[in-house]
Structures are given as structure tokens and as C-alpha cells.
Design a protein around this ligand. Structure first.
Ligand SMILES: O=C(NCCNC(=O)c1cc(-c2ccc(F)cc2)cc(O)c1O)c1cc(O)ncn1
Ligand SMILES: [Mg+2]
Length: 212
């Protein structure tokens, strides 16, 4: 059984079906007490919660579903009318996420896409009926953050004021991305220091508002 399957089983045996907060609490308890996993987690998650509440996005994209933790974390704060798309490359992780999201009762609120983000970003307008995103959460492979934010720009998926949040700026690190959003002149970017998931190590989120 994979680590991700062990986390899912723990959630199914310890959380309440249809209760997103209990699912998040179970994943976090497992992450702190049993096995570390690369969810954004409870500490950085509180900062993400604040950004979501401040932005109140009607359309949102997540790159890097993993087990669905941040999808559940975000969508639990959004109205039923909001449109949330999440992209995962790894089919095994996507399958775990599908079950985690269903257990949380949010399967009708989250559109899961299993694909390489580079392939799907250019299809979002036509195939997924997207105009522009109000918010984007980037949490997939660190070395493709820059490639993908540039793809979002060139595919006209960002608008003046779109809020782009990126995980793991310090650990494992996304230095080229941080440098790009801070110096290219297209974003007002701020770094929010925090802790690495289920750890005392340092990490942080970058929040970048597109100038349009
Ligand atoms: O699962 C896929 N990506 C996860 C992206 N996320 C990360 O890589 C990630 C990594 C870490 C991390 C940090 C320190 C360390 F020692 C080990 C891992 C932390 C995080 O918070 C992440 O978010 C995936 C699979 C695949 O086959 N193809 C495309 N993507
Ligand atoms: Mg991460």
C-alpha cells in the first residue's frame, strides 16, 4: 500500500463523510504524527485560507492536486457557484484525490483534470469553458512553475487583479519562479514566510497579483 493509500484509509476511518474540516484535520494529524506527506498542511494552509477569503474567487485553478488536500481546503471556503479546476499529472495521486474529495462531499464542486499541465492550460478556454481565473494556486513540480505561469499569461487566462499563490518558495524551493514574479514587472508580489508542512523547517508562500 502506498503512503497516499494509507492517508486515504486513515481519513476514511477517522473523519466524517461529508465534513471537509474533519478530512483536513485527519490528513494533518496523520502528517504530524505518522507519516509526512507533501500537502500544503495546516500552518501554510491558514495563510492560504486568508488569501482565499480576501479574494473570494468565482473561478480558480490549482496546479498539483496531489491528494486533494488543498482543493478541499480552498473549496470549503467558496460558494456553490464557484468554479474550481485542479490538474494532477500523476494518475495514482489523482485517483487518491478523487476518493478524498468524494469523502469530503465536494466532488460536485471540483473539476479534476489528470494531465500534464502544459498540455491542458492551452485547452482551458475552449474545453473547460474558462474565461479568466480570479485565483491560481501553484503547487506542482517546482521546476515548471515559471513555464506554467508564462503559459497562463500567453493563453490570456489571467486578468488585472488575478491572485497567483505559489507553495514551496523556500523548501524545496522555486527560486527561478520567485525571481520571475518579483522582477518581470507584471506582478505585485509578496512573500509570506511560514513553516514547511508538518515540520519546524522554514517555507513560505508567494502571493503575486497580476497587473494586467
Ligand atoms: O506529485 C507530483 N508532484 C507533487 C508536486 N509537489 C511537490 O513536488 C512538493 C514537494 C515537496 C518536498 C519538499 C522537500 C522534500 F524533501 C520532498 C518533497 C513539498 C511540497 O509541498 C510539494 O508540493 C507529481 C508527480 C508526478 O509523477 N508528476 C508530476 N507531479
Ligand atoms: Mg507544496
Amino acid at each position: 500500500m502506498s503512503k497516499e493509500q494509507r492517508v486515504l484509509r486513515y481519513v476514511q476511518q477517522n473523519a466524517s463523510r461529508g465534513d471537509p474540516d474533519s478530512v483536513l484535520a485527519a490528513v494533518d494529524k496523520f502528517g504530524w504524527e505518522t507519516e509526512w506527506a507533501m500537502n500544503v498542511g495546516d500552518v501554510k494552509g491558514l495563510i492560504l485560507d486568508r488569501f482565499v477569503k480576501e479574494t473570494a474567487p468565482q473561478t480558480m485553478l490549482e496546479l498539483g492536486t496531489y491528494m486533494g488536500y488543498s482543493a478541499i481546503r480552498v473549496v470549503r471556503l467558496l460558494p456553490e457557484t464557484a468554479k474550481f479546476l485542479t490538474v494532477e499529472f500523476n494518475p495514482e495521486n489523482a485517483a487518491i484525490a478523487n476518493e478524498m474529495i468524494a469523502f469530503a462531499g465536494l466532488q460536485n464542486r471540483i473539476i479534476q483534470i489528470t494531465s500534464d499541465s502544459a498540455d491542458v492550460i492551452p485547452q482551458l478556454k475552449k474545453k473547460y469553458d474558462v474565461d479568466t481565473f480570479d485565483m491560481v494556486f501553484i503547487d506542482h513540480w517546482k521546476d515548471v512553475y515559471v513555464r506554467d505561469i508564462k503559459l497562463l499569461e500567453t493563453n490570456n487566462l489571467l486578468r488585472k487583479g488575478t491572485v497567483v499563490v505559489a507553495d514551496n518558495i523556500i523548501n524545496p524551493g522555486a527560486p527561478e519562479y520567485a525571481d520571475y514574479v518579483r522582477t518581470c514587472g507584471k506582478y505585485d508580489s509578496t512573500f509570506h514566510e511560514s513553516n514547511f508542512e508538518y515540520s519546524d523547517d522554514i517555507d513560505g508562500l508567494e502571493k503575486s497579483v497580476y497587473r494586467g
